[in-house]
Design a protein around this ligand. Sequence first.
Ligand code: NAP
Length: 348
Amino acid sequence: MNEAAILTSPNSPLTLHILPIPKPSAYELLIKVYLIGINAIEAKIAKRGTPPPPSYPFIPGSSYTGTIEAIGTHVTKYQVGDRILVSKRFGTQGNEYGAYQRYVLVAAGEKMVVRLPEGMNKDEEAALAALVMNATCVPGLFSGRLGLRKPGDEVQEGEEREKILIYGGSSSFGRLAVQYLQCAGYDVTTTSSPRCMVTVCELIGSEGNVIDHTLPLERIIAELRVRGPYDVVVDMISTAQTIPLASRVLEAQGGGKLSTTQPAFGPEDLPEGVERVFEPWSDSLYEEGNEGLMEWVVGTYLPFGMEKGWMSAQEVEMVKGLESVDGVLGRMAEGYGGGKRFVVELGR
Ligand SMILES: NC(=O)c1ccc[n+]([C@@H]2O[C@H](COP(=O)([O-])OP(=O)(O)OC[C@H]3O[C@@H](n4cnc5c(N)ncnc54)[C@H](OP(=O)(O)O)[C@@H]3O)[C@@H](O)[C@H]2O)c1
């Protein structure tokens, strides 16, 4: 028996429904889901309707761990019983691929399928399920799209340490980005609330480069400007409040590209010379030329990144059962998360 948490219409809560167990086609996998990591985008789709789902009824969910229950006739890489972590490719359509259900299919051609290391315990597995979406976007943005080094890459002797501004270093995506870039040898400046300051300073390895984002606007801009100019500027929050701030830092250094994490939700008045760019940042990993990077993400960064000190677990609140999902999405949409990640446990 399969059970799913389904969004049946706009503005309705997710409700539980019994569905048939889907059958994998030749190149697909059938997974019995164990842990589901809840992502910010899912709260926006379910509770605000922006962005809207492709259609209703809709089964959300992209990040999960579980055990392979069945494999398609042409699958050779995996075996029934393997424990895996999956981050569904952005844009994959079809409710059979949505993670908020007991039995889910992994689409043919999905590359973000990570074999969990032997002996990984539940807390470590939950930490990975919680951050895997953001953790695939970090190498996608910085190495796949911007061509920057990844942790472990050699820094050439005498090579100048490029300066990078990560606005929003206390968000989940921001923390992972700061740590990735720090480990790759870049000179990173970022922001945090006072509440998360100690953690973010630890990740960046310096107190001087973390600015309190609750300071008055002009002061934040001045503090960020004085630490620049930056070779790369990213706004991890990308709201109507933060885009003008990050744009002004760029404008002050003559303009350039502002990489963002959300599309504009209304008209934006950007300063001359500032170009705002947005995309699902893991997309670059699927492109020709980035096959080696994708292999590193799946085979090294995701399964062993914490062990190597390239990424850190973030605070996780575990909730039980698909019946808990709607409440969690509601809390996230109200901003309750506060940097915390939610993971739903379905039992083995
Ligand atoms: N384009 C992509 O590929 C992609 C991929 C993943 C995520 N995203 C998007 O990226 C955004 C961040 O995701 P996430 O998972 O990192 O979210 P998150 O961890 O839930 O971010 C929440 C944190 O952001 C910080 N924050 C909120 N407003 C802020 C502001 N005005 N200035 C500075 N910091 C602020 C807060 O930190 P404090 O507690 O310190 O105040 C808050 O705890 C979301 O919109 C998500 O949908 C995009």
